[in-house]
Design a protein around this ligand. Structure first.
Ligand code: PLP
Length: 233
């Protein structure tokens, strides 16, 4: 297995190439190292190489790693979030990518108000309409953004999607394109308290395609840390 540092260098090169291929600036795409299931030593290695954005999908794991790792890390909650767990992370996360209902947003609002913080969120859209995935529908995304925008302790920063697992990443291009279109439509609505600036899309298998369709955050796990072994945890 490759060294984590070599993997990050390779991913960085791919991001640079993808940006160059479509005339985007490298600085406009941020790499999130998705460290779920991985031990602290692996995160530390990525940190030492320069990574400051880490993605986790479980509340308890995020909190444990938050406590153990350096404080200048930006933690991204990228997994499905249960309402009863919101209280553990509102003051620890930099960005919650997975808000898919008004009820969840209201819970975030309540806990953020208690702790007197403002929480940055993305609205997750199930663009590909996969039954196994969370996320609001493409049709409802704008209405949900509008409703969440009224909550004073939440700031909507953009949209997120998880594309299907495919062998040929080109097959996901239409989903990335669609998310970008929803995003542009919402920008044109000029909703108060909404700052549409982030598109979180693209994982190990398809981040280069996502970049050419406008991703500002790519979430890469396997490509940095290697395969995940769920049996060991
Ligand atoms: C696990 C995960 C990723 C990273 O997946 P890889 O294919 O390992 O890069 C990205 N986004 C979300 C929401 C995830 O749960």
């Amino acid at each position: 297995m490759n060294d984590i540092k070599d993997n990050i260098a390779a991913v960085e090169q791919h991001i640079e190439d993808a940006c160059a291929s479509c005339g985007r600036e490298r600085a406009d795409v941020k790499l999130i190292a998705v460290s779920k299931t991985k031990p602290l030593e692996a995160l530390q290695e990525a940190y030492d190489y320069g990574c400051r954005d880490f993605g986790e999908n479980k509340v308890q794991e995020l909190v444990e790693k938050y406590e153990a790792m350096p404080k200048d890390i930006r933690w991204h909650m990228i997994g499905h979030l249960q309402r009863n767990k919101v209280k553990y992370i509102v003051d620890k996360v930099f960005l919650i990518h997975s808000v898919d209902s008004l009820r969840l947003a209201q819970e975030i609002e309540k806990e953020a108000a208690k702790k007197d913080v403002t929480v940055n969120i993305l609205v997750e859209v199930n663009v590909a309409k996969e039954e196994s995935k969370f996320g609001t529908t493409a049709e409802e995304a704008a209405l949900l953004v509008e409703a969440i925008a009224k909550l004073p302790h939440i700031q909507v920063r953009g949209l997120m999607t998880i594309a299907p697992y495919v062998e040929d990443s080109e097959k996901n291009r239409l989903y990335f394109e669609k998310l970008k279109q929803i995003y542009v439509d919402i920008i044109h609505k000029n909703i108060d308290n909404v700052f549409m600036e982030e598109l979180s899309m693209g994982m190990t298998g398809d981040y280069e395609v996502a970049i050419t369709e406008g991703a500002t955050y790519v979430r890469v796990g396997t490509g940095i840390f290697g395969e995940r072994n769920y049996a060991s945890i």
